[in-house]
Design a binder for this molecule. Structure first.
Ligand code: NBP
Length: 482
């Protein structure tokens, strides 16, 4: 009997996805560049299963039923192109290559188009959930050649995470690089969620002087509220984790955050598309700032920074912080969905936002109860342009507003950096202000560069230039936006 699917790449993700597929009755053929890893896998975790090995790409191709489905779980970038180049001459028209790595979506756009010309279908799929997700149910976000989806769908939906209603956290996202785009935004939102939690932690630790056991209890309680999520849950575990000397391990970890690029890509795309994705972008910058450790140590000394004590009833502050965190999180998701909406319009992807929320509901790092409410919001209005306008989320934003402002103002007063929580509030203030000071900005642009402006008392699209000083000419600059 030939294999149902081939997987190339036997590192943590590939091995666990293969074992997951095997559990669901699929016969998987496993291949890896370094052939010894095939043997190690077959004699180790795959022992006693139906998984078979292939020591060359030709052997892999020969062992698969048609149309062949070959999934790459390898380092993103050139490695993917190199495998595609080697596979194509061995494949038949109608065969399917799937890239399950963290690929930047323009690469997937390019590969879908290039392989289409050769009659090969290509799927670029986000896979989230790390090692445990891959093994027992990840969130899977496939996009690319729609013709390929019916062949891959049964396998992907079988191995994916399921919601409490047994719905698979995997569905077709859209054409081209739509799957990898949605995975990128997922990772950007993950950056934002993590940053928001760390800001709450610093406020509690430095501002309120709370112990790690106290903070752990707070996160355990928060996990019983609308904040219920995997990241809040693991934060409570981390805060309670003691090193061998009985002290909290988290305080022994160097405070410089790493990043592998997906948050940065999300920010870059937001700038390219003109979407104010402030919270996620702030969270990327917060990681950049954290990496300037030596400079920060010197600057703290130079500025003689004082302790950032927050006075008042601790319980009142903790509840205010919870509300500020929840409200900020709504803004982060609202901005992320604005970005997806713009990308969907620009690329004609026809994204289904309710489905995206459903795909993130289980298996992935940002899984949370909150995503069910997002799905509900898009079920009510599939074209919702701002998540905060949905009545459920609007209610939370309104109820949290005073606590959120209190926390933001206090953080500024005592000097606790909370870039994501405060930028979220500033965004909402801007978004809900009918008249912003951009009129003055337009006047400045026209004053120094004759960039022209529109008038409130004239139809939109009609542009004016004023000779502000009486010295300039009447020639204006060309009007365009980039
Ligand atoms: P890695 O990202 O560490 O990639 C390891 C695989 O890439 C191995 O099979 C390795 O072969 C192969 N590879 C490398 Br590295 N360089 C190669 C080259 N020049 N030519 C051929 N093969 C090469 O594995 P991973 O952490 O399992 O992740 C796989 C993909 O899934 C990545 O794109 C990753 O970003 C994505 N992802 C990872 C996670 C996670 O939590 N780790 C989560 C979600 C998505 P070798 O054994 O011969 O060196």
């Amino acid at each position: 009997m030939k294999g149902d699917i081939g997987v190339i790449g036997l590192a943590v993700m590939g091995q666990n996805l293969i074992l997951n597929m095997n559990d669901h009755g699929y016969k998987v053929v496993a291949h890896n560049r370094t052939a010894e890893k095939v043997d190690e896998f077959l004699q180790g975790p795959a022992k006693g299963t139906n998984i078979v090995g292939a020591y060359s790409l030709q052997e892999l191709v020969d062992k698969l039923e048609s149309p062949r489905k070959i999934m790459l779980m390898v380092r993103a970038g050139d490695v993917v192109d190199s495998f595609i180049d080697k596979l194509v001459p061995l494949l038949d028209k109608g065969d399917i290559i799937i890239d399950g790595g963290n690929t930047n979506f323009p690469d997937t756009n390019r590969r879908v188009a290039a392989l289409k010309e050769k009659g090969i279908h290509f799927i670029g799929s986000g896979v989230s959930g790390g090692e445990e997700g891959a093994r027992f149910g990840p969130s899977i976000m496939p996009g690319g050649s729609p013709e390929a989806w019916p062949f891959v769908k049964p396998i992907f939906q079988a191995i994916s995470a399921k919601t409490e209603n047994d719905e698979p956290c995997c569905d077709w996202v859209g054409n081209d690089g739509a799957g990898h785009f949605v995975k990128m935004v997922h990772n950007g939102i993950e950056y934002g969620d993590m940053q928001l939690i760390t800001e709450a932690y610093q406020f509690m630790k430095d501002g309120l002087g709370m112990t790690h056991d106290e903070m752990q209890s707070v996160f355990i309680e928060w996990n019983k509220t609308e904040l219920n999520s995997y990241l809040v849950e693991i934060t409570s575990d981390i805060l309670g984790y003691k090193d061998t000397d009985g002290e909290p391990l988290v305080e022994k970890i160097l405070d410089t955050a790493g990043q592998k690029g997906t948050g940065k890509w999300t920010g870059i795309n937001a700038l390219d598309m003109g979407i104010p994705l402030t919270l996620i972008t702030e969270s990327v910058f917060a990681r950049c700032l954290s990496s300037l450790k030596d400079q920060r140590v010197e600057a703290e000394e130079l500025f003689g920074k004082k302790e950032s004590i927050v006075e008042g009833d601790k319980q009142v502050w903790i509840e205010a912080l919870r509300q500020a965190l929840l409200a900020s999180k709504i803004i982060s998701y609202a901005q992320g969905f604005m970005l997806m909406r713009e990308a969907s319009n620009e690329n004609c992807w026809d994204l289904n936002y309710g489905n995206v929320a459903l795909m993130w509901r289980g298996g992935c790092i940002i899984r949370s109860a909150f995503l069910s409410n997002i799905r509900d919001a898009y079920d009510i209005d599939p074209e919702l342009s701002f998540l905060g306008s949905d009545s459920y989320f609007k209610g939370i934003l309104e109820n949290s507003m005073s606590a959120w402002r209190k926390v933001a103002a206090k953080s500024m007063e005592v000097g606790i950096p909370m870039p994501s929580m405060t930028s979220a509030l500033t965004f909402l203030d801007g978004y809900t202000t009918a008249r912003l000071p951009a009129n003055l900005l337009q006047a400045q642009r026209d004053y120094f560069g004759a960039h022209t402006y529109e008038r409130v008392d004239k139809p939109k699209g009609e542009f004016f230039h004023t000779n502000w000083t009486g010295k300039g000419g009447d020639v204006s600059s060309t009007t365009y936006n980039s």
